[in-house]
Design a protein around this ligand. Structure first.
Ligand code: URA
Length: 466
């Protein structure tokens, strides 16, 4: 009998190295005991030869490696042996073993992998960072995973929250993101993480305002958000009352919807179509009667750009929101307020810049009294593109800043990836320099703990343009 020790037990590399040594030494699964197996007999087992003595090639199918990457993270003590059994059988000729969905080993491994993937998904969804622990500007979260998944999920958080200093503590392992690198450490206790921070009231207010009682399915919700995670979620304390009041709120909404829809601004100003002298003023009047796409009908009015006709800096947003639709001016609602703050922090004078949108009518879905923002489609952006081109051609800015992916696609083309190219300079054919950054509404939608970092990222990008 041989003994294989995988240290740490969730490391795919460590398992691979031991499995390779065992395979090359011809040790059959029934003669190999893995460290997590039943403890009896361990004293009698002899260690495997070290890898350097067992040189040779072992080709492991990519599908097995992918499966093994998830399975090694499961808490099941038999997982290393199960994976080795699969490897052994594949190496002995069952090349298509993983395609046999009813094979007991394949079924068992698939179930372990699914449980690990579910746990990873929950960690991504339910980790809540709180400001406080670990020094100025650092965010700390407490999480209790079911499996050994911290190493597997940490790169996701590194990418998602690259701009902030954070740590995730769990009972068996911790991970920190500092100076652009992940550092793993020992487990912790819940008391090591802050219990509450100053941003949480803001987050709860936002959560309550976006909670849609008409979409509520309590059974699904409990499945998706099991109660064991609630203790880490600031919004959880709202859930009992939101659930309790949901039925009444839906009935109220249905009654309100049955009433004739009210237009808050009664009629469009009737203006005689001007002769188009090529000026921005003429374009504005023509655009007021634009019916190139169906968005004109439910919207209150066309929201044209605003700012000096010779502005050197132009900002392009996605589309007007509720407040913009009612007032006829871009960026005057909550996203506009955040943008104004960011302008001030980045040293940009709003009154010297030209602000406009890729789409000039508000696209929304009516829910009771509320008009919920809906993203414009490519068709809407294309239909409006002539107006944007007209603004670009008349204002002729030196620099354009695209706020969000829709604006970036409208200015730089559909293949543009905001995730990869945000904050980098591009040049249009006519020499105009273009920079894309996140949309201020995206900053507002971030969880409370991530909002500070998201805001600072926006300001940093704006500074480049300033
Ligand atoms: N969001 C936008 O993209 N534009 C606005 O004008 C307001 C909100």
């Amino acid at each position: 009998m041989h003994l294989a020790v995988v240290e740490p037990g969730w490391s795919l590399e460590a398992w691979r190295e031991r499995a390779r040594a065992a395979l090359l030494a011809g040790v059959a699964p029934e003669h190999l005991q893995w460290d997590g197996d039943a403890q009896q007999g361990l004293a009698l087992a002899s260690p495997l030869p070290e890898a350097p003595e067992a040189q040779g090639r072992v080709t492991v199918p990519a599908a097995l490696l992918e499966l093994a990457g998830a399975v090694v993270c499961h808490r099941d003590p038999g997982r290393h042996a199960l994976l080795y059994r699969l490897l052994w059988r594949i190496a002995r000729g069952e090349r298509r073993l993983l395609e046999r969905a009813t094979d007991p080993d394949v079924v068992a491994a698939a179930a372990l992998a699914a449980a690990v993937r579910r746990d990873c998904h929950k960690m991504k969804a339910f980790v809540r960072f709180r400001e406080g622990g670990g020094g100025e500007g650092a965010y700390v979260a407490w999480f209790e995973p079911d499996h050994w998944i911290v190493d597997r999920v940490a790169p996701f958080f590194a990418k998602r929250f690259a701009g902030m200093r954070w740590a995730i503590l769990t009972p068996y392992r911790s991970v920190r993101w500092e100076g652009g690198a992940l550092a793993f450490g020992p487990g912790a206790v819940r008391a090591d993480a802050p219990a509450e921070d100053a941003q949480e009231d803001l987050w709860r207010t936002y959560y309550a305002s976006i909670f849609n009682p008409a979409r509520l399915n309590p059974t699904m919700m409990r499945q998706e958000m099991p109660q064991k995670y609630w203790k880490g979620l600031p919004e959880a304390e709202l859930l009992p009352s939101l659930l309790r009041d949901a039925g009444r709120r839906v009935r109220d909404m249905a009654e309100r919807e049955a009433q004739a829809p009210r237009r808050r601004i009664p009629a469009r100003p009737a203006e005689a179509p001007p002769t188009d002298d090529g000026s921005l003023a003429a374009a504005r009047v023509l655009a007021a009667g634009c019916q190139r796409c169906p968005l004109w009908e439910p919207a209150t009015q066309t929201v044209w750009g605003e700012g000096p006709e010779d502005a050197r800096l132009m900002f392009v947003g996605e589309q007007p929101g509720d407040a913009e639709d009612l007032t006829g001016r871009p960026f005057v609602g909550p996203a506009g307020a955040l943008l104004d703050r960011a302008f001030a922090d980045a040293g940009i004078d709003r009154s010297a810049a030209y602000l406009t949108n890729a789409v000039k009518h508000f696209r929304f879905q009516q829910r009771g009294k509320a008009r919920l923002h809906q993203r414009p489609t490519t068709g809407h952006v294309n239909a409006c593109h002539a107006w944007l081109r007209r603004e670009l051609a008349t204002v002729r800015p030196e620099v354009i800043v695209c706020l969000g992916a829709t604006a970036a696609a409208a200015v730089l083309g559909a293949g543009f990836s905001l995730l990869e190219e945000r904050g980098t300079w591009h040049q249009l054919g006519n020499g105009v320099r273009v920079l894309a950054t996140v949309h201020p509404a995206w900053v507002l939608r971030q969880p409370a703990a991530a909002q500070g970092a998201a805001y600072r990222g926006l300001v940093d990008d704006l500074r480049l343009a300033a």
